[in-house]
Design a protein around this ligand. Sequence first.
Ligand code: SF4
Ligand code: SF4
Length: 189
Amino acid sequence: MEQENIPTIKPEPEWMAQIESDRRLNISSCYQCRKCTNGCPVTFAMDIYPDQVIRLVQLGQRDRVLRCNTIWICAACETCTTRCPNDVDIAGIMDYLKERAIEAGVHVPEQKTYIFHSVFLNDVKRRGRVFEGRLMQSYMIKSGELWNKIKDGSIKEEISLGWTLFRKGRLRILPKGIKAKKEVRKILM
Ligand code: SF4
Ligand code: SF4
């Protein structure tokens, strides 16, 4: 894989220490073996690789990291975390960086991913679990996918898929919550 030529922006040397103490995430022990990147299934869509994200955090390149699309492309599959010989929780770091990017008001390059995350989390906060019917409805409307699918006619396939899932008992008409909603909400606050 070819490495991107990463421009240097004013470093914030204390940033890595802050993250390590804030969430007890281990970053300093990364020695750039690239096992994480070599096992990641979605590097083809990333602007910088997972090992580069870690290295940039070590170098205090906060601005560069929070603006990359990698943190939004990451599918949280945890392959990288499992493969790392130094117990660096790369998937956990990606999640942490997403939160910081939103907090800093950085423009999210992958808007549809961001919309999906927000809709998913709002649903979990509301009833403690996801209601797939509403999740897809909200996502399609907010992301504009509904209008795209109506325009190109592929909405018929979506309806047909929904109907098949419903017939097989895989899609509910009404949502079902869980008892410990408040506890789940507290975790997500
Ligand atoms: S696998 Fe671990 S040690 Fe190797 S580059 Fe990735 S984060 Fe660093
Ligand atoms: S958790 Fe993210 S960065 Fe790690 S392997 Fe999966 S998709 Fe790649």
